[in-house]
Design a protein around this ligand. Structure first.
Ligand SMILES: C[S@@+](CC[C@H](N)C(=O)[O-])C[C@H]1O[C@@H](n2cnc3c(N)ncnc32)[C@H](O)[C@@H]1O
Length: 223
């Protein structure tokens, strides 16, 4: 023991080491080349679930344990959350989860093949409340078109939000795709406790503030 006081740099260094220790959890953006071969990434063929905006990873941790026969990929842009989730998945030793730090629309556009995903989970996407920022919302027509195209026939999209105006937008953009999407009942993830719809960190925070939570789900029509 040197008795030296720990600094932020020490904390970052130890976090970096943790990420290195959990290299098997990480899908590195620099390793992506064209459409992702999910069987290769996970080392097995299994249904592919992608969560967009994983936050602190509550959904991934509980759902991956509840569905060991499915592969889960979490996409998170914020470095702080991404590192937090990698560490969490690594500690749990979950073999069926990978984390990718990237901008979700770019990953979907450049690195996800047509009809290769079984389910997209989008829980509490950033609402960008100011009107001039609405164009930054993830659930807009162009991104929804990509999600549908990347889904296998019969694949699903599950969405939750607390934000009234964003929910209206989601209803509008999905209503315009009902030739390809069929509304289905929203399936509560395994981590949802009594009184919860998703069990994610943001839902718990919003429930404490007595906000209403809206959910919708769709299945891609088989043609
Ligand atoms: C409001 S939080 C919800 C987190 C989590 N789903 C939950 O319910 O607790 C939205 C998350 O989406 C992430 N995010 C926002 N835009 C993103 C993008 N374009 N690509 C990947 N992640 C994104 C944010 O960094 C944030 O962690």
């Amino acid at each position: 023991m040197t008795g030296r006081k720990l600094t932020i740099q020490d904390g970052l260094e130890s976090m970096r080491k943790e990420l290195n220790n959990y290299a098997n959890v990480v899908l590195r953006p620099e390793d992506l080349q064209g459409p992702t071969d999910f069987a290769q990434v996970f080392g097995r063929c299994a249904p592919v679930h992608i969560e967009i905006g994983s936050g602190k990873g509550a959904f991934l941790v509980t759902q991956a344990q509840a569905q060991p026969d499915a592969n889960f990929l979490g996409i998170e842009w914020a470095s702080k959350y991404y590192r937090y989730v990698v560490d969490r998945i690594g500690r749990w030793g979950l073999p069926n989860v990978r984390m990718l730090r990237t901008d979700a629309p770019i990953f979907l556009r450049d690195f996800v093949a047509s009809e290769s995903v079984d389910c997209f989970h989008i829980y509490f996407p950033d609402p960008w409340p100011k009107k001039r920022h609405h164009k930054r919302r993830f659930l807009q027509a162009s991104n929804l078109a990509m999600l549908i195209e990347r889904l296998k026939p019969g694949g699903q999209i599950r969405i939750a939000t607390d934000h009234e105006d964003y929910f209206l937008q989601i209803q509008e953009v999905t209503a315009a795709c009902l030739d390809r999407l069929e509304p289905i009942e929203f399936e509560r993830p395994a981590g949802a406790r009594e009184g919860e719809l998703t069990g994610t960190n943001y839902e718990r925070k919003y429930l404490k503030e007595s906000r209403s939570i809206h959910t919708v789900a769709f299945q891609k029509k088989r043609v």
